[in-house]
Ligand binder design. Structure first.
Ligand SMILES: [Zn+2]
Length: 308
């Protein structure tokens, strides 16, 4: 049994975070820095190495089992390649996994940030104990991951569960991926912000605050957002038949406001046996990706998982 800690690394479009994580999913250290998103892939790796050095203060390289990296897709998780990440210029067919491994001196695993966060929520958060779980994060984009029959679903090249790119409105607004009408283009943070501004609010948070106070304009914006979220979730229920749907990301700060209309949409559209699926908020919040990336590395490199 290998009880060593692992290193979790979360590369986002704006921030890089790293943490030493125990086999039980506790963050022992944590550090973060800025992602040089307009620079080369190697510049990003250099920034990762700096954040890792801070996170590893007091932990020798040999005391760690390995590193797990979560990064925005699309990426080839099996080959360790960042393929074409819209938010990071240097990630074009870039051998991210091996470059990071070389820079930090640890065995390294690469996976999508959505998969990593799903894994974290499944192992240690709101999805714990379930064999089938769909995780959806709604922030700048919509991402996610699915646990199917007790395993993280990977798919060809490890690219499964790009849930934000389901087309829900064929002639809708153009998504970051170039396709019109993706769920992400309709319901992620930027779409909510745009809808908020059209109704005279500064952003989604302002909409949620006003809706809590009963403002009809804010309630209408929130209801429209909740409707798109519900429509997307119904499709995920039908495809995956999860025990539970776990929702993370900044937009879910408003889940209390969104939940009633979202539930009505699900009740109206899902086939009856799917309607009682629980839809809950993620519990690890910002740390889901870090904790999940570390847990993926723990499991890939032969670490000892805690009893479920
Ligand atoms: Zn898309």
């Amino acid at each position: 049994m290998d009880r060593r800690n692992t290193l979790g690394i979360d590369i986002g479009g704006s921030r890089i975070r790293a943490a030493v994580v125990s086999p039980e999913g506790s963050l022992l250290t944590r550090a973060e820095g800025v992602t040089p998103a307009r620079a080369s892939g190697d510049a990003v790796v250099e920034a990762v190495a700096q954040v890792v050095t801070q996170a590893m203060q007091g932990h020798a390289v040999g005391s760690l089992l390995g590193a797990g990296v979560g990064a925005p897709g699309p990426l080839d998780a099996l080959q360790g390649l960042a393929l074409s990440t819209p938010t990071i210029d240097g990630f074009r067919d870039f051998p991210l996994r091996d470059r990071i491994a070389g820079a930090i001196g640890l065995r390294t695993l690469l996976d999508h940030d959505g998969h990593a966060a799903a894994y974290g929520e499944w192992q240690f958060g709101a999805g714990r104990g379930h064999h089938n779980m769909v995780y959806v994060t709604v922030s700048t984009g919509i991402g996610g991951g699915a646990i199917v029959d007790g395993r993280l679903q990977r798919g060809r090249r490890g690219m499964a569960a790009h849930v934000g790119h389901m087309t829900l409105l064929p002639d809708g607004p153009v998504c970051n991926c170039g396709n019109p009408g993706c769920w992400e283009a309709l319901a992620a943070g930027p779409a909510l912000t745009a809808a908020a501004r059209r109704a005279g609010f500064s952003d989604g948070e302002a909409v949620f605050a006003a809706a809590r106070a009963g403002d009809p304009g804010a309630m209408a914006v929130a209801a429209a957002e909740a409707r798109w979220l519900g429509i997307g979730i119904v499709s995920l229920l039908h495809v995956y038949s999860p025990d539970i749907v776990v929702l993370g990301g900044g937009v879910m700060n408003g889940l209390d406001v969104l939940h009633p209309a979202m539930s009505s949409e699900i009740a109206a559209r899902a086939m009856p046996p799917f309607r009682d699926t629980r839809v809950v908020r993620a519990s690890l919040l910002d740390n889901a990706g870090l904790i999940g990336a570390a847990a993926l590395a723990r499991d890939a490199f032969g670490g000892d998982a805690p009893d479920a």
